[in-house]
Design a protein around this ligand. Structure first.
Ligand SMILES: NC(=O)c1ccc[n+]([C@@H]2O[C@H](COP(=O)([O-])OP(=O)(O)OC[C@H]3O[C@@H](n4cnc5c(N)ncnc54)[C@H](OP(=O)(O)O)[C@@H]3O)[C@@H](O)[C@H]2O)c1
Length: 327
């Protein structure tokens, strides 16, 4: 258990702040496990929960946070609840449709932060998450992310969300967005861990007042998504990581999470295991040296586990990870 006051907050460009560690919820099954995970996380000191419309499990998060509030463990204003606009809701007047559905599922009056999940748009076909044609290829929604951003700005003005941000944006897309945004994104949530240290994107975002949030900070071990790229399972047993774990009497996960938090990167490890939920936030009683941070950064091999390469998605115009973009 960690006193939530010991978990540092990161100041955002709109004057609000976000706890540096949050609980991830992608692939957390809505069969009671996620409910228990969120209840345990709140008891363990987490105040920040990372959700998404597309994870299809937000009701369970909502039940857990509302039960914790009812039982007097926390108040809504103590929590930092994040969710993400899905790609089938990019038309300006559809953005709030998505957000209102999220709020209903989470059973909460507002989001602390709503991210645009990816810069590509998908067509609206019933309520399909990934709408595909008979050829199995995703159907392009043809809506520019600049339009979706206007919808997110409307949601701030309507009081549905306090902050807005982006996810999976590359450097060119960030500058294009900043060229027309009237509200700046507070964070860019992207994959970050020592094998994809994102030092250039981090500096680029920081120069523009945008924080970085690290998803898959443990490399998403064991996930069947993109299973062919098995290198990710090596991160937790990398010799540098295990050597530091021994030195500080911590586990490998704690070294990877401390690495991010100590360089000012918000980190959102996912777990539905009570022991891991607890240990993943117990990272504030030791300090890596500057040399150790550099050593971890030097493990970078530009390895990306979350490439979202199903159903021809990389052929969409705003797919962020192609060879012509350096970072
Ligand atoms: N914006 C985006 O496009 C995007 C993409 C990916 C992820 N995310 C967000 O980022 C969160 C975290 O990323 P992620 O879920 O991809 O991967 P992750 O947090 O790097 O890894 C999660 C996996 O690691 C296991 N685990 C947790 N703690 C561990 C520890 N201390 N030691 C060893 N294994 C551990 C978990 O299993 P158990 O549950 O069994 O403990 C789970 O299988 C997601 O849940 C989601 O909220 C966002």
């Amino acid at each position: 258990m960690v006193d939530p006051k010991q978990v540092p907050n990161i100041l955002l460009n709109n004057g609000l702040s976000i706890p540096v560690v949050g609980l991830g919820t992608w692939q957390s099954p809505p069969d009671g496990s996620l409910y228990k995970a969120v209840r345990e996380a709140i008891k363990a000191g987490y105040r920040h929960i990372d959700c998404a419309y597309a994870y299809l499990n937000e009701e369970e998060v909502g039940n857990a946070i509302n039960d914790a509030i009812k039982e007097g463990e926390v108040k809504r204003e103590d929590l930092y609840v994040v969710s993400k606009l899905w790609l089938t809701f990019f038309k300006r007047d559809r953005v709030q449709v998505c957000i209102k559905r999220i709020l209903k599922k989470l059973n909460t009056p507002y989001l602390d932060l709503c991210l645009m999940h990816w810069p590509m748009s998908f067509a609206q076909v019933d309520d399909d998450v990934v709408p595909t044609g008979t050829d199995g290829i995703v159907i392009d929604g043809g809506v520019d992310y600049l339009e979706a951003w206007q919808g997110l700005e409307d949601a701030v003005r309507a009081g549905l969300v306090k902050s807005i941000g982006i996810s999976n944006y590359n450097s060119k897309q960030i500058d294009r967005l900043l060229g027309s945004a009237t509200i700046k994104p507070v964070t860019n949530q992207v994959e970050v861990h020592p094998y994809l240290a994102q030092t250039k994107l981090k500096a680029f975002c920081e120069e523009r007042g945008i924080t970085l949030t690290a998803y898959s900070p443990l490399g998403n071990p064991g996930s069947q998504a993109n299973a062919e790229t098995a290198i990710k399972d090596k991160l937790l047993t990398d010799p540098v990581v295990t050597r530091l774990a021994q030195k500080y009497k911590k586990n490998a996960g704690q070294i990877l999470l401390k690495f991010e938090a100590q360089r000012g990167v918000i980190v959102i490890p996912k777990s539905v295991s009570v022991d891991r939920i607890r240990s993943n936030i117990q990272i504030f009683d030791f300090q890596l040296t500057a040399d150790e941070i550099r050593e971890l950064e030097s493990l970078d091999r530009n390895y990306r586990s979350c490439v979202f390469n199903i159903n021809g998605i990389p052929t969409l115009p705003n797919y962020p990870f192609n060879d012509t973009i350096e970072f």
